[in-house]
Design a protein around this ligand. Structure first.
Ligand code: NAP
Length: 488
């Protein structure tokens, strides 16, 4: 368990004003936003409530730094990212505590996120020196074709509360590597981790103005003018599909380059030939990582009828053995959900499924009077019309439905507007590859409960968005291709 003095120390170490042009400054209105601990509902810090003018100042700073950063040698950009990776690793304990205080998840999970987030800096520190062009001879031999890659220019990054750092570093890492400058807007519920990261990047030697952070309560009002500002060249958003669609509309005005990492509704498909031990282990990871508050979280389980009872019993046993509590306490597996709204939405979806005939195998209710806790829940016999099978629950709830044939499994998995990730458990190699091809998602976990990896292209199709983060694809989002035709 962490001490109150440790908590105070990490909170006091964070800059809580706006970070613009390498300086911390209060918002022009002087007003502040409360940040609360979701385990207690108490305010633990306040951050600046940025205005439209503050937003413009942040973009001014990114625009002013643009030319200098674009021409900084790639090796120097990579070395700064490498140093930032090392600092994140050194400061992982404090960053994890800060994240748990504002977001709720258990310390071990926060620590895992810091490691994951830092890996994007390590990966893109290596990619910064591997930005290649091309030289070729025109088919008729008369001219030469030179193709070069250049930074897209100033970027705006809007990130969610569920992974307060990793959703930022997988945009910031490639942008820094490519030579882009940026304005970052973290979620209002969890701004402290990103503000701490801004300080860390300055310590790593990132020049003033390359990264600017703005926090605001008037989110739409402050973001829209930036998205419509002709000086902005790229928007990358991670968050809900609803907000993402609105931002795509706004980005049409300047024909911005756009990446959208949106909601998910991941199916977890278990065939009767699967290794049941590894399917249950995978289910625990895919469902309970981040308390189920992950876009990649298994949202619904489709299990072949012959093994459904055993799978359900084993999963329920593991889920009911998890310890709930404040994320800073020893031995806690599951922290609170981020706020009352999120907890009430989870409960509403569970009630709907139960009203339609689902059976509660374990959990099924909120826990305690203080904080936003919800019991790890397994529901069996969930009917096809239950809202849980169609909407993102974003909580520790595993609804289980059954299927008979492979075709039925694929049809059920694809019966959604979303297409981020699917999990498939089977020991039959041909079936595994056949189903992976037929499933309409950007990613598939084959006998694997977590697909996220900085070296892999993360992203979705359909309502889960477009663009890829990580892998060799990740840096392409921040590069323009220019072709020069040459007469010899
Ligand atoms: P959200 O409500 O869409 O918020 C995400 C971010 O957008 C926050 O910074 C929020 O700011 C900002 N925002 C809200 N309204 C805005 C507007 N009108 N204009 C500009 N920005 C606006 O989503 P969330 O509840 O924080 O995050 C959960 C969602 O993110 C889930 O659907 C999850 O699946 C998705 N997600 C997707 C991925 C992926 O990679 N595909 C990863 C993680 C999460 P405020 O906080 O100030 O409202």
């Amino acid at each position: 368990m962490t001490s109150a003095s440790d908590e105070r120390r990490v909170l006091d170490a964070v800059g809580t004003d706006l970070y613009i042009g390498g300086r911390w400054r209060p918002s022009s209105s002087g007003s502040r936003i409360d940040v609360e601990d979701p385990a207690t509902g108490q305010t633990i810090a306040t951050v600046a409530d940025g205005s439209v003018a503050d937003g413009r100042a942040a973009l001014d700073a990114a625009v002013a730094a643009r030319a200098g950063w674009a021409t900084t040698p790639p090796r120097d950009r990579g070395e700064i990212l490498r140093r930032a990776y090392e600092l994140m690793t050194e400061r992982a304990d404090d960053l994890a505590l800060l994240m748990t205080l504002e977001m709720g998840k258990a310390l071990a999970e926060s620590k895992a996120e810091i490691t994951y987030a830092a890996e994007f800096f390590r990966w893109f520190s290596e990619e910064s020196v591997r930005i290649h062009g091309r030289w070729s001879v025109a088919p008729n031999g008369a001219t030469r074709l030179l193709t070069m890659k250049q930074p897209v220019g100033p970027c705006l990054f809007i990130t969610p509360w569920n992974f307060p750092l990793a959703m930022g570093t997988r945009k910031i890492g490639p942008a820094i590597a490519a030579g882009c400058t940026m304005v970052v807007k973290p979620a209002s519920a969890t701004p402290l981790s990103m503000l701490a990261l801004a300080g860390l990047l300055a310590d790593a030697g990132l020049p003033d103005g390359v990264l600017n952070v703005i926090t605001t309560r008037a989110t739409g009002e402050v973001m829209e003018p930036l998205i419509k500002d002709p000086r902005l060249r790229k928007l990358s958003f991670t968050g809900s599909t609803e907000v993402g669609k609105r931002l795509v509309e706004q980005s049409a005005e300047q024909l911005l380059r756009v990446s959208m990492e949106l909601g998910g509704n991941a199916p977890f498909v278990v065939f009767d030939d699967a290794d049941l031990d590894s399917a249950v282990d995978g289910a625990m990871l895919a469902k309970m990582r981040n308390i189920g508050e992950a876009c990649t979280a298994a949202n619904r389980f489709h299990v072949q009828a012959g093994i459904a009872e055993e799978f359900t019993a084993r999963l329920a046993q593991r889920m009911s053995g998890l310890k709930l509590g404040r994320g800073t306490e020893e031995g806690v597996d599951v922290g609170p959900l981020v706020d009352a709204k999120q907890r009430d939405k989870v409960d509403e979806l569970v009630r709907d499924a139960v009203d339609r005939g689902s059976r509660v195998v374990t959990g099924g209710a909120r826990v305690g009077e203080r904080g936003y806790f919800y019991a790890p829940t397994v529901l069996a016999d969930v009917p096809a019309d239950a809202r849980l099978l169609h909407e993102e629950v974003f909580g520790p709830v595993a609804p289980i439905a059954t299927f008979e044939t492979e075709d039925e499994a694929v049809e059920a998995a694809n019966d959604t507007e979303f297409g981020l990730v699917a999990y498939v458990f089977t020991r039959d190699l041909q079936r595994a590859l056949r189903v992976s091809e037929r499933i309409e998602t950007g990613m598939v976990g084959l006998n694997l409960g977590v697909v996220s990896n900085p070296a892999a292209p993360f992203g979705g199709v359909k309502w889960s968005g477009f663009g890829r983060e990580g892998g060799v694809e990740g840096i392409e989002e921040y590069l323009e291709t220019k072709y020069v035709g040459i007469a010899l």
